[in-house]
Write a protein that binds this ligand. Structure first.
Ligand code: AMP
Ligand code: GLY
Length: 419
């Protein structure tokens, strides 16, 4: 069968690469993809994520069996609904189910209704009311733009002034455009964060290994929030009881709730969780795979990915199997300056082989067919080793040998697992 993946980043590279490896797959197309994917037998399509009708026309013409949707904005724009209306199958939630991600207010209301543990919150569209609430609650406190803001619409404020300034940026100064027309102001939670992913069809779900992202730009979790600078899976220092509790108190009730609301969930559900003294609580839901978590989770899948998704879509019980031993760890290499302004066009090191996989994100060919940087996050090196420290050694030795002039990476990915 022929498959289509929508998206262009490292996440989509990892998804498409796993699909290429399937014994039931003939061709894998990615729209629009990036040039770094080509060497892995992935075919690129020059169609933007937002061009639903062109994507649909392609899927019909090439008899695409199903389409895997990577990014949140496509889901929020209703790409799955558009495919369904054209009689096509897409793996991802419809717009009304993806609302779990594209409106923090909606996600919070579902959690409240179905008693899913999360930070206490209020939603505001009036700045004066938001300010009064912040002043009454005190700091630390968290201010979030309601809509999608590329992971950058969240301010964890240490002081009341900082929180008020964030609410002002969003509500009065429209710094996040429409996404900030409403803000969710929530209780600050402290604890270790992890990401829990599941493949979902309605109330049926299949957990993936736990993962931990590193969202801040610099070592020691300093600097601005980014899309994610590195990850590893599984997070084996998390007690199994925490994962079990997350399933019972969070994943099950939310999926049941979505069915009860007439918004059955299909696709990958991403729960961003924090382990508080009172147990795991939800920081956010995403309606898709995480990036960079996908690049460390999918290499651990030992079953046939395309067969698994085909079964799930057909309502059959998929037989997902995962590597039991060791750990998969990856470090993102980004353009110097990311997540703020950065240069493009930096020549990239050779693609790795053997133990270390390279997944590309912001990479494209220059006129000499050389791979150069073309985005914030550029590529990611990923390895599977016995322990986190072995994996760190493998990746960081490789990175030291590479010429990363004009690029940067964190040197402490996975350190929390070693503590
Ligand atoms: P989000 O985009 O909602 O995942 O938030 C980005 C980051 O902000 C999270 O990964 C957390 O580190 C932090 N954060 C969000 N909400 C809270 C909260 N209620 N308490 C503490 N930290 C938070
Ligand atoms: N790794 C964070 C995200 O994909 O949103």
């Amino acid at each position: 069968m022929n498959l289509l993946v929508v998206g262009s980043g490292g996440r989509e590279h990892a998804i498409a690469k796993k699909l290429v490896a399937s014994k039931v797959v003939d061709r894998v197309f990615v729209a629009p993809g990036n040039d770094g994917m080509i060497a892995d037998g992935i075919e690129l399509l020059d169609i933007a994520i937002s061009e639903h009708s062109k994507l649909i026309a392609f899927a019909q013409k090439e008899a695409i069996s199903w389409t895997f949707v990577g990014p949140d904005d496509a889901l929020a724009a209703g790409i799955v609904d558009a495919f369904e209306a054209a009689g096509l199958v897409a793996f991802g939630p419809r717009k009304n189910a993806a609302e779990l991600e594209w409106s923090k207010d909606f996600a919070k209301s579902i959690m409240k209704k179905y008693r899913v543990p999360t930070a206490r919150y209020e939603t505001f569209s009036d700045f004066e009311a938001a300010k009064a609430y912040i002043e009454a609650q005190g700091a630390p406190i968290v201010v979030k733009a309601d809509g999608l803001a590329l992971g950058k619409g969240v301010v964890v404020a240490e002081t009341v002034e900082e929180a008020v300034a964030a609410a002002q940026d969003m509500l009065l100064d429209h710094k996040f455009g429409h996404s900030g027309a409403r803000v969710v102001i929530e209780e600050y939670l402290s604890g270790e964060e992890f990401s829990l992913f599941a493949f979902v069809n309605g109330e049926d779900f299949y957990l993936m290994p736990t993962a931990q992202d590193h969202k801040r730009a610099f070592d020691g979790d300093k600097g601005p929030n980014t899309g994610g600078m590195g990850a590893y899976a599984p997070v084996s220092h998390l007690p199994a009881s925490v994962v079990e509790q997350s399933v019972v108190e969070i994943i099950r009730p939310v999926l049941k709730g979505m069915v009860a609301e007439g918004r059955p969930y299909l696709g990958v559900l991403y729960a961003g969780l924090i382990v508080t003294d009172e147990g795991p609580k939800v920081i956010e839901f995403n309606a898709r795979f995480g990036d960079p978590e996908t690049q460390v989770i999918l290499p651990r899948l030992t079953s046939d990915f395309a067969e698994n998704i085909t079964d799930l879509l057909a309502g059959r019980v998929p037989n997902f199997t995962w590597l039991e031993e060791g750990v998969t760890l990856g470090v993102v290499v980004a353009s110097a300056g990311y997540p703020l302004a950065y240069e493009k066009g930096v020549r990239l090191p050779e693609k790795t082989s053997g133990d270390i996989k390279t997944y590309y994100a912001g990479a494209s060919f220059n006129t000499n067919q050389e791979l150069v940087s073309n985005g914030g996050r550029v590529y990611m090196l990923v390895t599977t080793q016995g322990t986190v420290s072995q994996a760190q050694k493998t990746i960081y030795q490789q990175l030291e040998e590479q010429d990363t002039t004009g690029l940067f990476y964190r040197t402490d990915i996975g350190n929390k697992a070693n503590q």
